[in-house]
Design a binder for this molecule. Sequence first.
Ligand code: COA
Length: 318
Amino acid sequence: MMGIKIIATGSYLPSKVVTNDDLSKIVDTSDEWIVKRTGIRTRHYLGEGETHQTMAEAAAKQALERANIDRSKIAACIVTTLGGDYITPTCACMLQAALELEENTACFDMNSACAGFPYGLKLAQGLVTKERPYALVVSCEALSRLTDFTDRSTCVLFGDGAGAVVVEGSEDTPDICAILGSRSNQPVLYIDGSTEEGPSYIHMEGQAVFKFAVDIIPRCIQWILDQAGKTVEDLDWLVMHQANERIIDHAVKKMQMPPEKAFKNIAKYGNMSSACIPIALNDLYEAGQLRSGMRVLCVGFGGGLTWGGCLIEIGGIS
Ligand code: COA
């Protein structure tokens, strides 16, 4: 059984920065309400010339340059996303061309909504081999395309962005102890498929999703720790999906963790679905706070209602 480590990170935040005051000009809201209820101050949206694909490529290229590996040894390119520029070819197939990956690389997109990143890591762990020990996991979301800008209860929450990691598998690395699940088919959070009736928007009953999140997250963290034979003291970082600062604070309190171990960047970027966790990892890296040997517990939750997490080590970063 091979485990995986994260050996490099990358991210891309699109150019258009939107403040709470900007949104208060189009819906009945205020900076004070948004900050108090969510912790969000700004978010990024796709700007001129930027697409889902350009974000994914930029994040992936940065991670690959930092990893400095033989690209023919990449076994898989996995993109987690609610949806890219095309239904087919997938974002992962387009990355294969842009990054000049070998033809015999497994390339696919997967949708586990905001829980996508831990799902992607678990799949990556299953796809790496002794001969080709590397995989690329890219999480890329363009939520501004799915946002109903007449609905103040959702439009203030979301942003666009992409995060990427390169993982390396080895028999000496522990299993990431991923725990993945779904409280299935919940109508409290959904996006319609394409229909003739018009664009597809995020629909959400915020309070119901909040209750789901505060119930599942501490349980998921504890299950992962139990499976790994670790405690919260063994963690260097808890990196959670950034949906609401109050949800993160609740989990920290419930787990009786030092609050400084739970990384937060929600104020700058808002909720970018599956891209939140790898972008947070890259923010940590760029702040010099991610080093080899560190243990990071990642937890995501979202539409489906999906949830999942894993415990992953950092390697190759001095
Ligand atoms: N600005 C001002 N007022 C707003 C508002 C906004 N942007 N959005 C909603 N309100 C109003 C509501 O209309 C409501 O008014 P009322 O009391 O007159 O009916 C009031 O604020 C409270 O609304 P409520 O939905 O109870 O607020 P809340 O404290 O639950 O916060 C969320 C709303 C969405 C921030 C919160 O429920 C949340 O974060 N939920 C989880 C979302 C999540 O995790 N999503 C992730 C999925 S990946």
